[in-house]
Design a protein around this ligand. Sequence first.
Ligand SMILES: *Cc1c(COP(=O)(O)O)cnc(C)c1O
Length: 417
Amino acid sequence: MHTTTSMARLDPASLDAADPLAPYRERFLLPEGVIYLDGNSLGPASHAALDAVDQAAQSEWAQGLIRSWNTAGWFDMPMAAGRLIARLVGAADGQVAVCDSVTINLYKVLQAAMALRPGRRTIVAEASSFPTDLYIAQGVVANIQGARLRLAGRDAETLEELIDEDTAVVLVNHVDYRSGALRDMVGLTAKAHAAGALAIWDLCHSAGALAVELDACEADFAVGCTYKYLNCGPGAPAFVYAAARHHAQLRQPLSGWWGHARPFEFETDYAPATGIKAFLTGTPPVLSLRALMGALADWNDVDMDQLREKSVRLTQYFMDLVEDRCAAHGLVSITPRDPGARGSQVSLRFEHAYPAMQALIAKGLIGDFRAPDVMRFGFTPLYISFSDVARAVEILKEVLDTELWRDEAYAAKAAVT
Ligand SMILES: *Cc1c(COP(=O)(O)O)cnc(C)c1O
């Protein structure tokens, strides 16, 4: 299916004409003159998401007032949103809820998983993980007597070498945020289980980028972002997955009233709701959840095999064109060449990556910069075309050929990169 010959000579217009996902682009609002290769950081607005927020604000909030908790389905939204996400991550009903941020959900699942493996004291993760995963793991081990965090890339070369009879939890980023490398969910979960440990998957860069199969891979827990590839809006709440086989024994540490079995009885003592609902904590952000549910409606008819196929071709087309057109500039791709080993982004190392990315953005090509020297480009199959990719590489070539990045205007670092 995937050719290893270069795509660099292929005509972008013909590739677009043969693209079954091309019609999805109309569902998004994208500014004129912008090629948006940063949907892996913040997905764009869709008509469905904006309509849903507008309806929720004008009608459910302004007119319905407090009645809307019952009449507009607000109360059930964290679970209803979880049902929409379940299909995209390969989870049967009752295992996914939407609440809080990824960071907070990581804390909940890590503590819950540690409690399921008493006597074991090690969390194993990768040093290259997204920092919040490591910071939360460091916080968790600081709270548990004798617990420790061991990292592949620091304490050993690979995760496999670190997994042993003291391992309680293996925490893995499914797709590496910096390099785009895709980890083997089936294999690593099986290795964790063989050692008696549990596997937690962070799906921030895979949910909405490729078909995730949590149940089939026998993952224990997962967390993931909705504001990246799923396009649910800035700060949209995250999702949390716990395999049904663990529900009866589960205790998560943030025991708030929304995860209580009977929140409106206002009882003195905490009693967890059954199942995944116990992961809820406090009042959900209704307007953000409405945007999320609007955005997720656009995913109902997406064929995930077509999505993955296009993602692989977009990323390959970009890599082949960069090799062909920008060879003189010493860019080094840190993204795996093997399509089965990468997610939906391409990361290029370049000594002057920060100012170069600022210059690209000024020219209408939006990607992002990741320290110390990476230009990161995300390829989102629902609204990026092969023509966008070809044009993006021409802009990159122009910025590098003219050394536009040397302009002082591009040197000052902003708070968010
Ligand atoms: C984006 C990202 C997060 C973000 O966590 P927040 O709580 O939403 O800020 C966490 N983990 C990974 C791997 C990410 O890529």
